[in-house]
Design a protein around this ligand. Sequence first.
Ligand code: SF4
Length: 448
Amino acid sequence: MSSASFHSLGCRLNQTEAAVLAGAFKEQGYEVVEWGTPADVVVINTCSVTERGEAACRSAIRQALRRRADAFVVVTGCYAQVGLEALRAIDGIDMIVGTEYKHKFPAFIGEPRKMDEPVVLHSNLIDDSDFEVPGTGLYHTTRANLKVQDGCDFFCSFCIIPFTRGRERSRKLPDLLREARELARGGYKEIVLTGVNIGRYRFEETSFDGMVGKLENIDGIERIRITSIEPTTIETALIERMARSDKLCHYLHVPVQSAEARVLEQMNRRYTPEEYREFIEMVLALVPDVGLGTDVIVGFPGETDALFEKTYRFLESLPFAYFHVFSYSKRYGTKASRLEEPVSSAVIKERSRALRELSAAKRKAFAERYVGRSVEVLFEQQNEHGWWTGLTDNYIRVGVASAEPLKNEVRSVTIREVDDELARGVIGAQTVGRLPSPVSEARARSHS
Ligand code: SF4
């Protein structure tokens, strides 16, 4: 039996697509092995969102070639779409697959044999019709991703994604419901909806909110989580659904990118800081325990100290649970790549550090609101210190000491204390005594 391994860089959508490809290879009779295990076929799903991301892709390809020189190496994803020439320069790649052929290439491999020159499946025109995703994703985690949408028409001035993934298109509703049912049958309790600009989902008369409503009706799915969603695409009906639903997680990741009006305009974002604040206030009024995350870019051209300070104060003033901080990276072909007034890398580094510190403090403050309270946790794994960890529906990472395996179990946990890493608690509504440590639990087990 031939073996195949998959590595995905960049966003959650890339991970989703790699899982679907792994499912397709399994269907074709391959043994799917973990990344790092030498395999007959190696698939690297690349990212092109920053220069650093592209460098990481080249390094992953070289690593795979060093691991096993005779492996059949396939490179797909956003870098394969826009970095064809750079990839052709790397010896040993057997197939380069652009966006258009990403879900189709497993059928073309046949008997994998090393090539003298890479086979290139690539088109500058990316089909903008609706699409189906073949098969079902193969995940090693307790949460499964579900791709609902691809591409983007927003053309934010810094972003390469509309060029790498093409125009926006939605997955056919019956097809995504089919995969969701199969995932539920496979035992996944949480489904994470993924795409590029998922709020723009539309299939015939069904909007994003309508699609979420259909997913709620599937037996076996206990949680539906929305990943990153653009603020201007969120229907009030969706937030109202979140407020009343016992499946739709109280969680939203809404990229702000900057909170300074002039920078937002230059970024071609579709809201002002005031509109963004009003939106967040509406969400908080309807779903007070919502876990809120955001993305912010530092060092966009023309971002002076004073403009950055505005963004910092804005982020400080809202009850975010965390932010993801990105350093601006000039992407050839985007509108922002022609802007002047670049920000030095030393300044970008310092601003990123300040925002990451603020994010860490916010993460802790959000979790501390739950000390002494009981929360529902879907457990995923045991960490290297022996704590079983999982997430609440509003995205607090919780750890407990437990002699019983908890993978894929939902349990009530009383939160007792919070550190930089975890909200630590005990199973059930125990509110007195000291937290047991996983080490003493393990000792107790070995003496019993
Ligand atoms: S909304 Fe803007 S940042 Fe997001 S994928 Fe589209 S162009 Fe890129």
